[in-house]
Design a protein around this ligand. Sequence first.
Ligand SMILES: [Zn+2]
Length: 218
Amino acid sequence: MGSRAFIERPGLATGAPGVQAKAMAASFCGCGAGAAMNDLQTLVLNADFRPLSRFPLSSWHWKDAVSALVLQRVNLVAEYDDVIRSPSRAMRVPSVVALKRYLHLDGYPAFTRFNIYCRDRWRCQYCATDFPPSELTFDHVVPRSRGGRTTWENVVTACSRCNLVKANRTPREAGMSLLRRPYRPSRLELAHAAAPLAREQVHHTWVDFLYWDSELEE
Ligand SMILES: [Zn+2]
């Protein structure tokens, strides 16, 4: 089955509706701020200060993060410079929060196109060439028409050319060999594989929490 994306939002995480907190969070606005503030996301860490997930990266809209703060389900870790105001108070938009209660996660990432490419390091598993994501496809090792399933163990990254050449055949029939047998990777493995990719795209307050694993390895 793999795991589902588990970005639990306040109110869903514990089953409590948190209606009052949502109403309170909704009363905050970024009055006078640019429209970009409406898009601000808050990075959500587990109680051990590691992201809940990387793919997709565990983040909430800032209003959800404010709800969780009001409900005291998370601790504030870092803030944006942008200020939000409600009728009774003002605060900076949370940029990073951490759950107060440790959430146990299973060890396997979601089965997605991005994660397949990530497992295979953006490399065609037939010709061993690296490609940008836009030039990659995924291939069923045993074709679907022959009973092959769409699973971690039967889907690999392939370039368009190899995919076309292989067509509706098994690798053996096509005379092509795989770089390695496909398998289900762990979250940690994908985290290491993808870390360099997103480095440029995150707010500076997120960086420490996203990359401390990989830095330890260097
Ligand atoms: Zn190829």
